[in-house]
Design a protein around this ligand. Structure first.
Ligand SMILES: [Zn+2]
Ligand SMILES: [Zn+2]
Length: 250
């Protein structure tokens, strides 16, 4: 089968799988969160009012993400990369770690770029959600999605990343995004505030509510280094961790 046919079939399959995950994860997280109204971050906001518009935009943006991932896999399968991919399960694990750590840095700067005068028009749609929900994570303009998700293409071309590592990275990115936008805080504890580099849902929720802080994705490392972490983030996490009732073991 020619390259273009591989690319088309794979794009369609990845789109179907990602869309299924988007709805399954979205409904499951939302159902769980609604049983814990005390965990809501922006108490008075109703992010769900934009659900329909966000879902429609997400279906298009997931198609672009799927195309980027399919193109990266096809380039690897056809050997159109600078290096042969690392082999074995260890190669997959190392590849996934490189993708996740590298993407954290790539995302920080791509996101800073999206907040500049020249590029902000591509980022406005995502920021129309002042109070994000599970449907917000993929609700981005086509240009923004291409800028962010083309990371998979660059990584595969310039680094020895095996295709399965792309799958692991994408799954992590997907669920991290949906939980990070869900609007309810279930992860505030010592592991998500200084000195830990990890973050909880409050981190990206603050970005939507307050706009000019917290540009990172998986960690707060780059924000801390560049002075763009919201000054109240650590204090807020500590307060939420102290006041939140323990999550029921159900
Ligand atoms: Zn932003
Ligand atoms: Zn967001």
């Amino acid at each position: 089968m020619a390259f273009a046919a591989h690319l088309a079939v794979l794009t369609a399959l990845i789109w179907a799988a990602t869309t299924a995950l988007y709805f399954a994860g979205g409904f499951a997280i939302r159902a769980y969160a609604r049983r814990h109204p005390e965990r809501k971050i922006q108490v008075r906001a109703d992010g769900e009012a934009r659900a329909r518009a966000e879902i429609m935009e997400s279906l298009r943006s997931i198609a672009i993400t799927s195309f980027c991932m399919a193109l990266a896999i096809c380039l690897s399968l056809f050997g159109w990369t600078l290096w042969s991919p690392m082999e074995g399960w260890l190669g997959v694990a190392i590849g996934a770690a490189i993708l996740i750590v590298g993407y954290d840095l790539y995302y920080y700067w791509a996101h800073r770029l999206l907040h500049t005068k020249r590029f902000v028009r591509f980022h406005r749609w995502h920021h129309q959600s002042r109070a994000p929900t599970v449907w917000s994570t993929d609700s981005q303009s086509p240009v923004e999605t291409l800028m962010i998700q083309s990371w998979m293409i660059w990584a595969v071309v310039f680094l020895p990343i095996p295709p399965l590592a792309l799958v692991a990275h994408r799954l992590y990115d997907h669920f991290n995004g949906q939980l990070g936008h869900c609007g309810y805080e279930f992860f505030a504890d010592r592991s998500t505030r200084a000195p830990s580099p990890l973050v909880c849902t409050t981190y990206h929720d603050q970005h939507h509510e307050l706009y000019s802080w917290n540009y990172g994705n998986f960690t707060s490392i780059w924000d801390r280094l560049h002075g763009t972490l919201h000054p109240d983030y650590d204090r807020l996490v500590k307060a939420r961790e102290a006041t939140a009732p323990p999550a029921p073991a159900e």
